[in-house]
Design a protein. Structure first.
Ligand code: DQA
Length: 145
């Protein structure tokens, strides 16, 4: 049986491709998800990608992932900088969670320098654009095996 990986894309990431392309690049979310699925399949992982604009939905997905998945890749987007609820949900589950950001958050506005979620994640990838998701899939494969 293939190990399963859940990818959660947070708020406004459904707009990738047209949203501030100078910061986030021109790849759309469906294209990124296709590339994630391809890399995951090469690594023998079964992957499910979800996007939501809602904080509580991310909490629900993380809680459920503990039972259904072996690892999570999470871009909490703006909730990275505000959400104690998502941080607590990550801390509450025992599977690895890899945080990912397309942009390099520590070289942007000061309010983006703090990630409330990164300290409870296994690791964080930031600043490699859409390619960062593929690095995250590789990291997840290493952690699962
Ligand atoms: C982001 C960075 C966040 O600061 C921002 O709110 C996002 C996207 C990134 O992927 O670079 O929505 O998580």
């Amino acid at each position: 049986m293939k190990a399963s990986l859940l990818v959660i894309h947070g708020p406004n990431l459904n707009l990738l491709g047209s949203r501030e392309p100078e910061i986030y690049g021109t790849s759309t979310l469906p294209l990124i998800n296709e590339q994630i699925s391809k890399r995951a399949s090469q690594l023998g992982l079964d992957v499910h990608c979800v996007q939501t604009n809602h904080e509580g939905k991310i909490v629900d997905l993380l809680q459920k992932a503990e039972h259904d998945c072996k690892a999570v890749i999470l871009n909490p987007a703006a909730y990275t900088h505000t959400s104690i609820a998502i941080r607590d949900a990550i801390a509450a589950i025992s599977i690895p969670v890899i945080e990912i950001h397309l942009s390099q958050i520590s070289k942007r506005e000061p309010f983006r320098h703090t990630s409330l979620t990164a300290p409870v994640c296994t690791g964080m990838i930031s600043g490699f654009g859409a390619h960062g998701y593929l690095l995250a899939v590789e990291a997840a494969a290493l952690l699962i095996k």
